[in-house]
Design a protein around this ligand. Structure first.
Ligand code: AMP
Ligand code: ZN
Length: 473
């Protein structure tokens, strides 16, 4: 495939060219582990998984890193104010380390339930204090950062490209009302690299001083460069990460190493709920459990998210989730029918399958247009439902569906990698047993076998010339 992606930095679609041929190194801003991530966060993380799956299938050697922010992310993404984790610890009357442990475990369980492939590294900020201290030292030594008491700030005027990613100009930032006045800073737009507070619950004694803790941005610079090198291919996050988080990461990293930091910046548009921002007061900050309680599979949510293009608005409603669940089930049903058609298909359809495959790939090549890619699959399904497919075309359609499943993750798998339920041979055996029971007029046994097959998602169709079956409803 000839992949092209929208680069938030250049604001253009660019042909994908990794720094090293055949290799992709990518970093994703992960959760702040102060409470269980909500479904909006999972839009960002599912996008990371989509990239991962695509590169895997394309044969790249992938190194994927997603961090866990367990200190330093202050309320409102600000420089001053309360640490999100410590605020939660106080509210819940729990040890912050305990919260990190619980929420991290919950996060990994959620990723698993969503069928996300594990990244190669999930570094935690608090495990990388020395790397952060080193970066701050480099920045002070090179004149890009300054110390006031035991606090360290980055001097935004020392980096000419500051503001390139977000389009913010320093002058406008500094005249804007959004920046609170902090007497310590040389310029209002400077940002904290490292802070000190004897009352902080999570603090470290380092070469930078006692009672220190990192700023949120320096964490991602330190962890990404540790696992991926000073320059790497892709950095992702939700759209709110563009500023200040990623803008500051670029400034710190490039000033510390003197090298370009990231080639390709990709940002996921926010998931909205009921047409607006999720909010506690509206009671619509949903977690995966809220979905499961209403009878949905996390895979239905996965499908809802991934059949939308990552840069377009996506609005979560229960109605939309129901639609996604039904659509996913109809694909599962189609897979069953295709399996049957591989054995006894009629019709033609080779050209349609080829066209669908080409349209699927073209859509993904075009900045991961999963919405059009999924539409191509459904178009082929429609053709099949009206005109059938020859055995050969059904085999090819199954291959396309399997490819779509690899990239998008459509069908849930059991732990051993098999589709849940019965294997084909087991189905055939049960059907043969049922035929025998019917010949012997053992109707109770025959019905029992039909029910057993039905419970495993196998649909039987009694025809004059025998029994046909497919997976579905
Ligand atoms: P946080 O836990 O706040 O650090 O966020 C983790 C990731 O989720 C970041 O990349 C955010 O940009 C992203 N994120 C937060 N809210 C949403 C949302 N509603 N839709 C999509 N991504 C989000
Ligand atoms: Zn980050």
């Amino acid at each position: 495939m000839e992949l092209r992606f929208y680069n938030s930095f250049s604001r253009q679609i660019e042909a994908f060219a990794p720094l090293e041929e055949g290799r992709v190194r990518m970093y994703h801003c992960g959760p702040t582990v102060y409470k269980r991530p909500h479904i909006g966060n999972y839009r960002a993380f599912l996008f990371a998984d989509l990239l991962r799956r695509l590169f895997d299938l394309e044969g790249y050697q992938v190194t994927q890193v997603m961090n866990l922010t367990d200190v330093g992310h202050l309320v409102d993404d600000a420089d001053d104010g309360e640490d999100k984790l410590l605020a939660e610890a106080r509210r819940a009357k729990l040890d912050p380390w305990k919260i990190v442990e619980q929420v991290s475990a919950q996060f990994f369980a959620d990723l698993d339930a969503l069928g996300v492939r594990p990244a190669h590294h999930y570094p935690k900020a608090t495990d990388h204090i020395p790397e952060m201290v080193r970066l701050v030292e480099l920045l002070v030594d090179s004149g890009h950062a300054y110390r006031v008491g035991d606090n360290y700030y980055f001097d935004v005027h020392a980096f000419a490209a500051y503001g390139r990613l977000s389009g913010n100009r320093i002058a406008e930032l500094e005249s804007g009302a959004r920046l609170e006045v902090n007497e310590e800073k040389r310029h209002p737009a400077d940002f904290a690299l490292w802070k000190s507070d004897p009352n902080h619950l999570m603090k470290w004694e380092t070469a930078l001083g006692p009672h220190g803790f990192p700023g949120w941005h320096i964490e991602c610079s330190a962890m990404s460069m540790k696992y991926l090198g000073d320059s790497f291919d892709i950095h992702t996050g939700g759209e709110d990460n563009v500023f200040p988080h990623h803008e500051c990461e670029i400034a710190q990293s490039e000033c510390a190493t003197g090298k370009p930091f990231v080639r390709l910046w990709m940002h996921t548009k926010f998931l909205q709920v009921d047409g607006g921002k999720m909010s506690k007061s509206l009671g619509n900050v949903y977690t995966l459990d809220d979905l499961i309680e209403r009878g949905f599979s996390p895979w239905d949510f996965r499908f809802l998210v991934l059949r939308g293009h990552y840069r377009t608005q996506l609005n979560f409603t229960w109605e939309a989730l129901r639609g996604a669940a039904e659509a996913r089930r109809s694909l599962l049903d189609w897979r069953g029918r295709l399996q049957a058609a591989e054995r006894n298909g009629h019709g033609q359809g080779q050209a349609e399958v080829r066209q669908a495959g080409a349209a699927f790939d073209r859509a993904l090549e075009d900045d991961l247009n999963t919405s059009e890619a999924v539409a191509a699959i459904f178009q082929l399904r429609n053709h099949f439902m009206h005109h059938g497919l020859s055995q050969q075309a059904a085999v090819a359609a199954m291959q396309l569906l399997a490819r779509a499943d690899e990239i998008l993750g459509l069908f849930e798998m059991t732990a051993d990698g098999a589709a849940p339920g019965l294997a084909d041979a087991e189905v055939e055996t049960l059907i043969a047993e049922r035929n025998l029971a019917r010949q012997e007029k053992d109707w109770a046994r025959a019905d029992q076998l039909r029910d057993q097959l039905h419970a495993a998602g196998i649909v039987l169709e009694d025809k004059f010339d025998g029994v046909r079956w497919h997976r579905g409803e």
